[in-house]
Design a protein around this ligand. Sequence first.
Ligand code: NAD
Length: 334
Amino acid sequence: MGVNGYGTIGKRVADAVAAQPDMEVAGVAKTQPNFEAHTAVDLGYPMYAAIPERAPLFAEAGIETAGAVDELVADADVMVDCTPSGIGAENKTMYASYDTPATFQGGEDATVAETSFNARANYDDARGADTVRVVSCNTTGLSRLVAPLSEAYGVETVRATLVRRGGDPTQDSRGPINDILPDPISIPSHHGPDVQTIFPDLSIETMGLKVPATLMHVHALNVTLESDVTAAHVRQLLENQSRVYVIPEGFGLDGAGTLKDFALDAGRPRGDIWENCVWGESIAVEGRDLYLFEAIHQESDVIPENVDAIRAITDAADAAESIERTNRTLGVGL
Ligand code: NAD
């Protein structure tokens, strides 16, 4: 497996793949020999120049390259494209020209791939495909809830308000730094249609805001179900989902800050939280209306899904096997 674009998502995907017993990192492609390039070399990942003319910069920085990105594409069984939004679509023809199946990230339009992907919801749609798009952090978080709720109760409609971090911790040019922005101002936001790339028949309306925070997103959800339920039953259902962590009362995990601290204390790599974090106390039911709050670690919730997408695209395992293996090797489950 090769990674093209070794940034926030790419470096996590590479490490997660390296942890799998049935996968190997053939190499990673980078545009510049920055600190991440040095770390990749220290970790033993063969380094490829994503932009061939820049290969001399790597040599000047003391980094040996194994070749240009197209050599990695030729060698790899699967390419995982983790480049910034829009670049993946540009790279698509390169992957196709070598007949190398490719997975893309949620920043790309859904049209980039044959199918959008969430392991819990539609793994089988990606089996044997040539191109797959792992949906965004927010869409992954929403899909992990919609799938079990639909199966257990039926979903009439989902209304979600997404309070989104202004940028990742390393994105010092993003913001706001002192504001609260409806984003996008127009309602509904684009997030609902993105969830519909996984659940085409789902009724969903979303609204988004951006806030001066870098740690996580928080979703406020109202789901009208098709059958009567109790909060206790929903809670049990969510506790049984391997990639949902229902935060127990009394843990003092009252926000994104404490959740991140908890992950660091637990020895999670980079303090990553692969699971949706649903506040147990927030799960409430009024008639058929379910309400809850959840936090989503934008930098890492898509990482287990990326691993599963590789197994799906190579048809190497069914959904249950892949999810179990990914969870076990990474240590998913707080
Ligand atoms: P990033 O900027 O952290 O990393 C992208 C990397 O690709 C950088 O190292 C950049 O130098 C490199 N790059 C740029 N042009 C390239 C090219 N032509 N060839 C190869 N590499 C190139 O971005 P990211 O946050 O990792 O996002 C990558 C994708 O994942 C996007 O589609 C994004 O929407 C999606 N995504 C991001 C997050 C998040 O919160 N960061 C969450 C889920 C999905």
